[in-house]
Design a binder for this molecule. Sequence first.
Ligand SMILES: [Zn+2]
Length: 124
Amino acid sequence: MKKRSSSSGQNGQLVHWWQSLSRFRCSNHRLEVECGRHAKPESVPRRDRICRLCSLGAVEDEDHLLLVCPAHHDIRCKFSPQLGKQLTPCNLLPELMHSANQKAIALYLVSCLDNRSVLLKSTM
Ligand SMILES: [Zn+2]
């Protein structure tokens, strides 16, 4: 007999992936580019919203997280076959919005965001 908690756990994980993708599409995330925008008492200039996980000195935005940041290189390599195509600055937004492989995109995004959280906690 199949346990209910197992299937509800899988459904919960699916919901988490889809919610994460939906939030990311709306810039509702915790990357430096958005945290700096909403910083109080005044926003941080965009050029100073730098990624804290690498030494590139780049603004941590969506492109940096998913395409560039060396901190997520291993995840990028792992998901490359599943994504089916090379993500680039030109196709990232269309892929996030309406890729034929939304599940792979969502999994890749959540993996990068989870990795980011773990790495940031380990540097505190
Ligand atoms: Zn970085």
